[in-house]
Design a protein around this ligand. Structure first.
Ligand code: SF4
Length: 314
């Protein structure tokens, strides 16, 4: 089983308040990617529900999801949300529950493709969108505001009506580690659309950057067989993947508790840190604030995130 290493978690927690700042906070009103602040609430909710549902595995080895739009090179999630906001501006009804319920594969392929950049799983994405649209119509009376109203600003609730519980009716949001749920929660909180009463239930959205950083620093250690797979880049199973990412999520939760830094801000910082410092294949350890206790720096073994590609969870 993956194990949390408390002294390393405490070491990072001690440094976090000095390196994390409001500057790292994601700008969820950046009009290059997201709707403006004065847009109708229902449309904004449908935009984020749809885009987060699509926010998984865009690039594959040898097949980067990357394109130049308006002179700007965009890749991964940046390209996805740029294509999302372009569609939203030209045709906001694309995101209506009625349209999503019957959207076709060729429409989704056309929407998410630019030149050679095209996600490999268009059929699956179409299925997730159909499921999202159909269930918003059937379960939430065609109005996404009902999801927020029913949650009464709770993330979890014993009656099963917390936001996380309510989102799990959608196939796109059924990841046991809840990456998409907490990404959506972050968008909604930062835009002032959801104000969680049970803040103790907030978590980071565990993506590849956060997993890689947790394994390299050693805040999560894997037993020998799993560690070997991570080092060699061998495939891991669904259950191994879930166990690793749950441990990663708990490690960041513990960091948040010890440092008193909000988990959403830790999420923003680690995402930025993973793209700029602890990069895939090219860590910049010389400028890293964690190197004095980083396991990878000490041992010279720099794992990337474990190899589990065929998923819509993250
Ligand atoms: S020391 Fe290097 S491997 Fe360790 S967290 Fe920093 S950048 Fe990543």
């Amino acid at each position: 089983m993956p194990t949390l290493v408390n002294w390393r978690i405490a070491s990072i927690a001690e440094i976090l308040p000095r390196v994390v700042s409001e500057e790292h906070k994601m700008n969820v009103f950046d009009s290059r990617f997201y709707p403006k602040s004065n847009e109708p609430l229902e449309q904004v909710l449908m935009y984020f529900l749809t885009m987060v549902a699509m926010d998984h595995r865009l690039s594959r080895p040898g097949k980067p999801y990357e394109a130049i739009i308006d002179g700007e090179r965009l890749r991964g999630a940046d390209l996805l949300y740029r294509l999302g906001i372009e569609m939203y501006r030209n045709n906001p009804d694309f995101f209506s529950p009625e349209h999503l319920a019957r959207v076709r594969e060729d429409e989704v392929a056309k929407w998410l493709s630019v030149g050679d950049a095209k996600p490999v799983d268009i059929g699956l994405r179409t299925h997730l969108l159909n499921d999202l649209g159909q269930k918003i119509i059937l379960v939430y009376s065609s109005n996404p505001k009902n999801i927020i109203l029913l949650s009464r600003n709770y993330i979890r609730s014993l009656n099963g009506y917390g936001l996380a519980d309510l989102l799990k009716v959608f196939k796109a949001y059924q990841d046991p580690v809840e990456k998409k749920i907490f990404l959506l929660v972050k968008f909604l909180v930062y835009r002032g659309l959801f104000n969680p009463i049970d803040k103790e239930n907030l978590h980071v959205a565990v993506d590849n950057h956060l997993t890689r950083i947790a394994l390299r620093t050693g805040v999560v250690e894997l037993e020998y067989s799993l560690s070997e797979k991570a080092v060699r880049g061998s495939p891991i199973s669904h259950d191994e993947d879930v166990l690793i990412r749950l441990a990663v999520r708990e490690a960041y939760k513990a960091m948040s508790r010890l440092s008193s830094v909000d988990p959403l801000l830790i999420d923003d910082f680690m995402w930025y840190f993973g793209r700029s410092v602890c990069r895939y294949d090219e860590p910049r350890c010389s400028v890293c604030p964690f190197k004095s206790f980083c396991r990878a720096y000490e041992t010279g073994v720099f794992v990337n995130e474990p190899f589990y590609y065929d998923t819509w969870y993250y």
